[in-house]
Every structure is written in structure tokens, then in C-alpha cells.
Design a protein around this ligand. Structure first.
Ligand code: ADP
Ligand code: MG
Length: 292
């Protein structure tokens, strides 16, 4: 590509809120045949809201929520913020946990009011030797609605399920349809459960889903697609997406996301709208057409 066409392409991108860091990114984007999309914060708004508090028999909902919110108070995860805000909205007093440990891609472990509190996915409970069986039916029902279900254990016993719901961003459905129209394969990747991921995928028209992917494995999934000979565009917003964004042939970060994601990407979509990926690919195709 000529330096002039690249400068023109980059300038057009900037006007559309698409910041392209290198000539190489603009030159590679037209070859992308597979677009991998993170779910939370990329396809969805990423600001989930507390919707369900489902204690097992013998525990009051308010007690369960107060303990869980206090355990989550030190976590920076969007799921934690949803729980803490939901508890405060319900007039509950959120206290500081005596101990706090965050388990990446799984949840949190804390001590609150003399109880050991675990909040997270099934893997977190399994890792602590807690039998999740009493919670599985409630968690599955939430998952089928596209909600994220969090398992709660108190002092080593299954105690309840907390549900939060995230909403699909305006424009995600249209952007995914536009990617399909251009003949691209679209894949959703998420650490969330298979059920919740499948429900959101159905809502936005994505057929291929990689769910329950640990943060450190998102990059290996991108590498696996590249090993099939695919040219991969990865779109994400979180710290957990950063290695995958760097691994992809072109990484697209949501401008609304974390700094680490932006630094690991060659393109930033300033408004956080998924349609920017389509515009960037179109721009690259037009730029490369002018050159040949
Ligand atoms: P995503 O890829 O959707 O951004 P993460 O890798 O951050 O998800 O987390 C994967 C899963 O681990 C979440 O869906 C949730 O079940 C659990 N989890 C992670 N952090 C927390 C937390 N602070 N509280 C409860 N559960 C959590
Ligand atoms: Mg995310």
C-alpha cells in the first residue's frame, strides 16, 4: 500500500471513531475471514444488573445477599459491582470482608461475619470441594434466560444462587448481521457458562460459541483458529481479553474498555460500538482496492 492511501484510510477511520495504530493493521484487516467477539462488554453492555436471589431452604434471601455483597465489595469485576449495587438498592448494609481473595475467571473467596463465603462459577465450588448439586437446577434455569448464575457456598456448603442480567448493546445485532453479509465467520468467546452464552448468541444471531473459556485460554483459542489457516480479528474490552487481542491478526478494543485491552490492540473503537469493526474492515477493503 502507498503511504498516501494509508494516511487517507487512517484519517477516514479517525473521523468515524476508529483509531488505527499501524499501517499494517489497515493492510491486514481486509484479509480477516473470522471475527472472534468477547461477550461481556463487547456484544453486551457489560454493566449487569442483579435480578435473582435464590437461597437454598433455611437461608433468608437478604442474609445471603448481604454476605455475598460484602464478599464482592473488594472485587473490581462487573459482576461484583452488580451484586454490591443490587444489595445497596435493597437497603442492605454491605460491610468489608475480613479476608478477600479473587480467583481469576472463577469468582471470589472471602470471610464475612465469621463465615467463609465463596461466590463464583461451578468450577470455583468444585475446586473447594463443595458439592454444587443443590444449586444446579436454579443455575440452569437462569442460564437458559441468558442470565449469569453465580454459585454461593457458606462454610463449605451450597447456600444459593445469585443471578445477574446483562443486555445486548444497541447495534450488536446489526453489526453481526453485517459481518455475516460480508461472508465472515463470527465466533463468540466468553468465560461465562455454556447456557448463558448460548442464549445471548441466539439473541444476536451467532452460531459458533466458545464458552467457559478461562481468561488465559482466550489467546490459545485464537491461535487454534489461526492454525486452521484463518485470519482472525478479535474484539474485546477486558483485561482477560488482552492476550487474545495481541495474538489476533488484528485486535479491536472497545474504547470503553480497560487500558490493557486498548494497549494490546491495533485498532480502538472509540464509541465501543461493534459496528466499528465492520466499518474498519470496509475501510481496509477500500484502501487495498485503491492500491491494486
Ligand atoms: P467474561 O469472559 O465473560 O468477561 P470472566 O473470565 O471474567 O468472564 O469470568 C468468568 C466467570 O467466572 C464468570 O461468568 C463468573 O461465573 C465467574 N466470576 C468471575 N469473577 C467473578 C466475581 N467477582 N464474582 C462472581 N463470579 C465471578
Ligand atoms: Mg469482556
Amino acid at each position: 500500500a502507498t503511504p498516501l492511501s494509508i494516511t487517507v484510510g487512517t484519517g477516514k477511520g479517525a473521523m468515524a471513531g476508529i483509531l488505527i495504530r499501524s499501517a499494517e493493521a489497515l493492510e491486514t484487516a481486509h484479509k480477516i475471514d473470522t471475527v472472534v467477539l468477547d461477550k461481556t462488554g463487547t456484544i453486551t453492555k457489560g454493566s449487569p444488573v442483579l435480578t435473582d436471589i435464590l437461597p437454598v431452604d433455611g437461608t433468608a434471601g437478604d442474609d445471603l445477599l448481604r454476605l455475598v455483597a460484602s464478599a464482592e465489595a473488594s472485587s473490581e469485576h462487573p459482576l461484583a459491582s452488580a451484586i454490591v449495587e443490587g444489595a445497596r438498592d435493597r437497603g442492605l448494609k454491605v460491610t468489608e470482608a475480613a479476608t478477600f481473595e479473587s480467583v481469576t475467571g472463577q469468582g471470589v473467596r472471602a470471610h464475612v461475619s465469621g463465615l467463609e463465603v465463596l461466590v463464583g462459577n461451578e468450577r470455583l465450588l468444585a475446586g473447594a470441594g463443595v458439592d454444587p448439586t443443590p444449586l444446579v437446577a436454579d443455575a440452569s434455569a437462569l442460564g437458559r434466560d441468558g442470565k449469569t448464575a453465580m454459585f454461593v457456598a457458606l462454610d463449605g456448603r451450597a447456600a444459593g444462587v445469585i443471578g445477574v442480567a446483562d443486555t445486548v448493546k444497541d447495534g450488536s445485532i446489526a453489526a453481526i448481521a453485517a459481518l455475516h453479509d460480508r461472508g465472515l465467520d463470527v465466533v463468540m468467546i466468553t468465560g461465562d457458562s455454556r447456557l448463558a452464552a448460548a442464549a445471548i448468541a441466539r439473541e444476536v444471531g451467532i452460531r459458533r460459541v466458545l464458552a467457559e473459556v478461562m481468561p488465559e485460554h482466550k489467546a490459545s483459542e485464537v491461535r487454534r483458529l489461526q492454525a486452521e489457516g484463518r485470519v482472525v480479528g478479535m474484539v474485546g474490552d477486558g483485561i482477560n481479553d488482552a492476550p487474545a487481542l495481541a495474538q489476533a491478526d488484528v485486535g479491536f478494543a472497545m474504547g470503553t474498555g480497560t487500558d490493557v485491552a486498548i494497549e494490546s490492540s491495533s485498532v480502538t473503537l472509540t464509541s465501543g460500538a461493534l459496528l466499528g469493526v465492520v466499518t474498519a474492515i470496509d475501510l481496509s477493503r477500500a484502501t487495498m482496492r485503491n492500491i491494486k
